[in-house]
Write a protein that binds this ligand. Structure first.
Ligand SMILES: [Zn+2]
Length: 151
């Protein structure tokens, strides 16, 4: 009411302000780590199912975009990591020869993320893959580090 006495704010402005604070307080209580949450690196869980002796990776494209990497690059890595052949089908899913469960696929993606997405210097995912003299280099746009990938 101090503001009203000073004549700076009208009653409705004060009310609106209070509602807003109220809303803000409630929001903060429900999600106390809202800031940390929005900046955290989130990669979807792989949706994997068996189809005969093949494994269909349903949300392959989603994971590529979560990682910010080319589908071909991830697919090539997964083939090496799982020791099998794979291709992208007409629905843009990845199909692997052989049976691999969700857990195995998750492990392979975690390995890929460590090698090709997360900066080894600062731990942030703000990186891009560059080529220098034919070798792959992980360039971090957050801290500027350049580190060779395993290939
Ligand atoms: Zn970095």
């Amino acid at each position: 009411m101090l503001a009203v006495e000073r004549g700076i704010l009208t009653y409705s402005q004060v009310t609106a302000g209070m509602d807003y604070d109220d809303m803000l307080d409630r929001g903060m209580e429900e999600t106390p780590d809202i800031n940390a949450e929005s900046t955290r690196f989130e990669v979807s869980d792989p949706e994997v199912r068996q189809e005969g002796h093949a494994t269909v990776f349903e949300n392959f494209q989603t994971i590529c975009s979560d990682l910010g990497r080319e589908p071909d690059h991830l697919l090539k890595f997964l083939q090496d990591e799982l020791g099998t052949s794979a291709h992208i089908d007409e629905s843009q899913r990845a199909r692997f020869t052989g049976e691999f469960d969700t857990r195995r696929m998750q492990e392979a993606i975690d390995t890929y993320t460590d090698l090709y997405v997360i900066c080894s210097e600062c731990g942030l995912p703000d990186t891009e893959i560059e080529r220098e003299q034919g070798a792959e280099v992980l360039h971090c746009t957050a801290c500027g580090a350049r580190s060779p990938t395993s290939n």
